[in-house]
Design a protein around this ligand. Structure first.
Ligand SMILES: [Zn+2]
Length: 577
C-alpha cells in the first residue's frame, strides 16, 4: 500500500517520527501515566478523551473511537494522502526519499509553490540598491527589527513595478494565471493582462499551522497611500478566519506557557517575539472568529488581549468575547499606557515591563463593568447589566466555565448569583459514548492487548483460542492479523499493523487495544486466565443464543426441538467451571 516509497524507507520514517511530538503540534497534550491525554481534534469535546501512547506510537480517542499511528493522524488531520504524509515527515526529519517520476502537482501544491516563490522574490528585493535606504530606515530603525527576525519571518519587499513578481515567477515556471489564483496577481478587466497585486509594500508572509506560506500581509511604503495594509485575498489555501498570524512559530511556547498574547498587528507580534515573548499570535485585520478561538484553545487556557486601548480591533474582539469562553480560554485585558501600542511599549520598556502589565490585567467582567457601581444604579440600570451577563453566560457551553463566569460577575457586581441564572442553559448530560465504542468487548480487548505488550505469548494462546471465538467489533480480524504478523516476523507492532487495516471499526479496535497497559504484571499467568474467561464468554453467548431459540420453540409448542435445546443448554452449563 506504500505505493512508490520502499517499505524500508517507511520504516525508517516511522522510527524517526515521534507521535507525541507530532501530535503536540496540533493538540495540547498532558502526561497522564505512561500516556498523554488531550482534547480530541476529531470530535467536539470539553473533557479530554484523546490518548497518545509514546510506547506504542498509537493514538486513540475514547470518545469517537478514532485511532491510528502518526501517518494516519496526519492524513486525517491535515487531509493528506498516505504518500503526502510520508513526504511531510521525511522532510521534517531530514530523511531523503528516492526520486519519483514527475507527477502533475495538485492545484494546492501549485498555490503553495507560487507563494513560496513570491516570498523568495520579496526577500531578494530587500537587497535591491534602489530601495536599500528606505528598507534600512523602515525595518531596522523605525520598527527596530533585528536582521535575524526579518530572516526568520521571511519579511520582504514588493518593489514599485507592475510586473516584477510576474517576470520572476515566469522564470520559476509559474504562469500569470497561477499567480492570480494564489492571490498574487490581478487580471485587468480592460486589457485581460495580469499585473502584480502588491507594489511598494513591505511583505509579511502569512503561514498556516504547518509552516507553509499561504498568503501575505503588505504594509505600504508610499506616503498618502489610502490602504495602509493590504492582505492576500481568500484562496483555497488561505482561509482568514482559521489562521492566527505567527502561530506556527509560537505554538510550542503557547503550549508551554498555557497562555497566549493576542495582539492586533504584525509588528506588535514581531516586536514581542523579538523581545523574547514568544507565546504570541496576531489576529491581523479580521474580527476574532470562533475558529481562531478554537485553534487557540487547543494550546492555551488564558489569553492576554494586548491591544491599544481605543483600537477598533480590541472593541470588536471584546464584542465576541463568548468565543473565548466557549473555547475554554479565560480572556484577560491588558492595556498599554496612554500613547503606546504593544509594539512601541515593548520596544521602549522591554519584556519585563510587559509581564508586569499582565499582572495588572483585568478579567472581562471587571473590565466591562469597571465603572458600574451597582449600589448607585437604578433598578432599570441593574436590569440591563443583569441581562447582559445572563445573555453572555447563556452562550458559554461548558457548565463549569459558566458557573465560574457567573460567580465572578456576581462578586464584581455585588448581585446574587441567582439573579444571573434563570436564562442560562441547563447542564448538558455527559456526552454519551458512540455506539461502537460502548459495544467494545473490553475483556477481549484486554486479551488482545497482552500480545501487543508481549508478542511471544500469542503462541500460548492460538491453539486454544481461534479468531472465531472472539465476538467484539473487529476482534476476529485483529486477532487473525496478529497471529499472521507474529508468524511472519515474530513481532506484533500496532503502529505497523494499523496501516494494513482499512476497516474503521478494526482500526479503532486496535488503537483502543494499544491504550491498555499491563505494567509489570506477570502476563504468562494472566494469559491463562483470559483464555478461560474468553471461552466462558463464548459459552455464555452460545447459551443465550440457545435460550432464545428455546423460547421460540416453546412459543410454537415444538416439543421435540425444545427438548433438544434444553439438553444442549444443560451440557454447556455443566462444562462451565
Ligand atoms: Zn474523538
Amino acid at each position: 500500500m506504500a505505493g512508490r516509497i520502499p517499505e524500508n524507507k517507511i520504516d525508517e520514517i516511522r522510527t524517526a517520527a515521534d507521535i507525541v511530538e507530532i501530535i503536540s503540534g496540533y493538540v495540547a497534550l498532558k502526561k497522564r501515566g505512561r500516556n498523554f491525554m488531550g482534547l480530541c481534534p476529531f470530535h467536539n469535546e470539553k473533557t479530554p478523551s484523546f490518548s497518545v501512547s509514546p510506547d506504542k506510537q498509537i493514538f486513540h480517542c475514547f470518545g469517537c473511537g478514532k485511532g491510528g499511528n502518526v501517518f494516519t493522524f496526519l492524513m486525517e488531520y491535515e487531509k493528506l494522502s498516505f504518500i503526502e504524509a510520508i513526504k511531510s515527515l521525511a522532510d521534517r526529519y531530514g530523511i531523503a526519499l528516492p526520486r519519483y517520476e514527475k507527477k502533475e502537482d495538485t492545484r494546492t501544491e501549485r498555490m503553495l509553490y507560487a507563494n513560496s516563490v513570491a516570498a523568495e522574490f520579496f526577500q531578494k528585493n530587500l537587497k535591491n540598491k534602489t530601495y536599500r535606504e528606505k528598507i534600512e530606515y523602515y525595518l531596522y530603525q523605525k520598527r527596530g527589527l533585528k536582521p535575524e527576525i526579518v530572516e526568520k519571518f521571511q519579511i520582504g519587499l514588493a518593489i514599485d513595478d507592475w510586473h516584477g513578481l510576474e517576470a520572476y515567477a515566469r522564470k520559476k515556471d509559474i504562469k500569470p494565471q497561477e499567480l492570480a489564483e494564489a492571490g498574487l496577481a490581478i487580471k485587468s478587466d480592460k486589457t485581460g493582462e495580469y499585473y502584480d497585486r502588491f507594489r511598494m509594500r513591505l511583505m509579511i508572509p502569512i503561514y498556516n499551522l504547518g509552516g507553509k506560506i499561504v498568503g501575505f500581509g503588505g504594509r505600504t511604503l508610499k506616503k498618502g497611500e489610502p490602504a495602509k495594509y493590504m492582505n492576500s485575498p481568500e484562496t483555497p489555501i488561505y482561509s482568514k478566519s482559521f489562521i492566527l498570524y505567527g502561530m506556527n512559530f509560537s505554538k510550542t511556547a503557547i503550549r508551554d506557557a498555557g497562555s497566549a498574547f493576542l495582539v492586533e498587528g504584525y509588528f506588535d507580534f514581531l516586536s514581542l517575539f523579538q523581545a523574547g515573548i514568544e507565546n504570541v499570535v496576531a489576529v491581523s485585520g479580521t474580527a476574532f472568529t470562533p475558529q481562531q478561538a478554537k485553534l487557540l484553545g487547543r494550546f492555551a487556557q488564558k489569553s492576554y488581549l494586548f491591544f491599544d486601548s481605543d483600537s477598533a480591533g480590541r472593541n470588536a474582539t471584546l464584542r465576541s468575547v463568548e468565543h473565548f469562553y466557549n473555547a475554554g480560554i479565560d480572556p484577560i485585558i491588558v492595556n498599554p499606557p496612554q500613547g503606546h501600542d504593544p509594539d512601541s511599549f515593548v520596544r521602549e520598556h522591554g519584556a519585563a515591563a510587559v509581564h508586569e502589565l499582565t499582572e495588572n490585567g483585568i478579567s472581562y467582567i471587571s473590565f466591562r463593568f469597571n465603572k458600574s457601581d451597582t449600589s448607585a444604579m437604578t433598578s432599570r440600570e441593574k436590569e440591563t447589566v443583569v441581562r447582559e451577563v445572563r445573555s453572555l453566560a447563556g452562550k458559554i457551553d461548558d457548565p463549569l466555565k459558566r458557573d465560574i463566569f457567573i460567580a465572578s460577575a456576581s462578586e464584581r457586581l455585588t448581585l446574587p448569583v441567582s439573579s444571573f441564572r434563570s436564562d442560562t442553559k441547563h447542564s448538558k448530560m455527559v456526552e454519551k459514548l458512540p455506539e461502537r465504542v460502548r459495544n467494545t468487548n473490553v475483556l477481549e480487548s484486554e486479551f488482545l492487548s497482552i500480545f501487543v505488550t508481549r508478542p511471544p505469548l500469542i503462541e500460548t494462546a492460538w491453539n486454544d483460542i481461534s479468531p472465531d471465538d472472539l465476538s467484539g467489533p473487529g476482534h476476529k480480524a485483529l486477532y487473525a492479523l496478529m497471529i499472521e504478523s507474529y508468524r511472519a516476523s515474530g513481532e506484533i507492532n500496532p503502529d505497523k499493523l494499523i496501516e494494513a487495516i482499512d476497516d474503521e471499526v478494526e482500526k479503532s479496535g486496535l488503537s483502543f487495544i494499544s491504550t491498555l497497559e499491563w505494567g509489570d504484571l506477570d502476563l504468562s499467568g494472566i494469559v491463562k486466565e483470559y483464555k478461560q474467561m474468553i471461552l466462558n464468554q463464548k459459552r455464555d453467548r452460545q447459551i443465550s443464543g440457545l435460550k432464545e431459540q428455546l423460547a421460540e420453540a416453546e412459543k410454537k409448542a415444538d416439543r421435540e426441538t425444545a427438548q433438544k435445546l434444553t439438553q444442549e443448554i444443560k451440557y454447556l452449563l455443566e462444562k462451565r467451571p
